[in-house]
Design a protein around this ligand. Structure first.
Ligand code: ZN
Length: 167
């Protein structure tokens, strides 16, 4: 079997930035499983893995544009206190929901009198990223995975919503 659309790929990976600092790694834990062709991983890495087989190992540097995109300085905003969680600290990464329930994440750059300066860019935006990867497993995706557009190895992130919808 080769990596192509509709295949679930299990990967061991280590992600480093331009200075060699490790940003993320699956080594020593469960491999990352993703459904190929659905944009679950950054485009530059997905392209590199296309057509490869189990045991394929590589180290590839993906430019920011093919990873988490360039930084957008308009995404640095000041938010008023009453819209922010209590007790924020500078440098903290916050994952939450906006008022419409859409997932958002931001980094606290500075606390101000009225609130805080937030960076809504992805923490890895603007960075060229080096991926050290090895393909550990390949299998055809289930119908349900194809329908959902993601792998279910770590459970289904939509399950909660699905359950609510069925009630
Ligand atoms: Zn799912």
């Amino acid at each position: 079997m080769k990596v192509t659309n509709g295949v679930v790929v299990s990967l061991q990976y280590t992600l480093t930035d331009g200075s060699g600092e490790v940003l993320e790694s699956s080594v020593g834990g469960e491999p990352l499983a993703y459904l190929h062709g659905e944009g679950e991983i950054v485009p530059g890495l997905e392209k590199t893995l296309e057509g490869q087989e189990i045991g394929f190992k590589t180290k590839v540097t993906v430019p920011a544009a093919e990873a988490y995109g360039e930084r957008d300085e308009d995404a640095v905003i000041e938010a008023p206190k009453d819209e922010l969680p209590e007790g924020l600290e500078v440098g903290e990464e916050v994952f939450g929901e906006d008022p419409d329930g859409e997932p958002i994440s931001f980094t606290v750059l500075k606390l101000t009198e009225n609130g805080a300066i937030l960076d809504m860019n992805h923490p890895f935006a603007g960075k060229d990223l080096t991926f050290d990867v090895e393909i550990m497993g390949l299998r055809p995706a289930t119908e349900e995975e194809i329908e959902h557009g993601h792998a279910h190895d770590g459970g289904c992130e939509d399950e909660f919503e699905d359950e609510q919808a069925e009630d």
